[in-house]
Ligand binder design. Structure first.
Ligand code: ADP
Ligand code: MG
Length: 227
């Protein structure tokens, strides 16, 4: 138990530090980007390289900033169905443009959890973004919500993307671990942190060339019976 406390304390210190550093990096970054766009080099390749490297730093700082946010965490009751529908709605235009369809399979009843709504939404967004990025030929992403064992529910995301090599599965969620040219390797780290704060779990099953299944379990709120 002590080990666990120490770990989460460390994480929150790292989060604060990351957010602080990211904040400091942002302003000079904006200045550099502005100048770069003003004084373009004659070499187009160099321009593109510099701008895409800047974009990478920007993406990293944006995600680092969100690491510091969980400070003022406020738990409220929310229905996972609403959060899922909301997230899917948000991403549908972008998905359809890339030949990707979302299939939502929601079990009967409500799925009330105690959560910081925006953080859970952030988790679903990060996972669906990864799924979409893995499917450059389009296809379906199935999102399902059902009761798991006692007092627990499961949200699963099945994509038809490139898959993840088995030896990489244990490393998912490590900061800066990415296989993408413009990736940050912070998306899943944020997901792990948020799911842990909500007393849930996250597991990955994947087959190269077939797709990836991500299963998140979360404790449901006990319904109060009014007598
Ligand atoms: P990023 O997306 O910036 O690379 P993430 O933390 O979101 O960082 O993901 C880490 C890595 O995990 C990705 O670079 C990718 O290789 C792998 N990954 C995550 N989700 C999927 C998925 N659905 N299909 C294939 N690979 C995935
Ligand atoms: Mg990602």
């Amino acid at each position: 138990a002590e080990e666990f406390l120490l770990q989460s304390e460390k994480l929150s210190i790292v989060g604060e530090l990351a957010a602080g550093v990211a904040h400091e990096i942002r302003n000079p970054l904006t200045t550099i980007k502005g100048f770069l766009q003003l004084y373009r080099s004659d070499n187009r390749q160099i321009n593109e390289l510099l701008l895409s490297e800047l974009e990478r730093i920007e993406n990293i700082t944006t995600e680092m900033l969100s690491l510091g946010k969980p400070q003022a965490i406020q738990m409220n009751t929310a229905d996972l169905k609403d959060i899922l529908e909301n997230t899917v709605e948000l991403l549908t235009p972008q998905a359809n443009m890339n030949g990707i369809q979302f299939i939502l399979v929601l079990a009967e009843g409500d799925f009330l959890i105690s959560c910081e709504k925006n953080q859970i939404k952030q988790v679903f967004l990060n996972i669906l973004k990864n799924a979409m990025e893995a499917m450059d030929k389009g296809g379906d992403i199935e999102i399902s919500l059902k009761n798991n064992k006692d007092g627990e529910c499961m949200v699963s995301f099945q994509d038809q993307g490139c898959g993840i090599p088995e030896e990489f599965l244990p490393r998912l969620g490590e900061p800066f671990y990415t296989l993408k040219e413009k990736g940050t390797g912070l998306g899943l780290m944020i997901c792990h942190k948020i799911i842990k704060q909500h007393h849930g779990s996250i597991i990955y099953k994947s087959k190269i060339g077939e797709g990836t299944l991500i299963e998140i379990t979360l404790p449901l709120l006990r319904k109060k019976t009014i007598k």
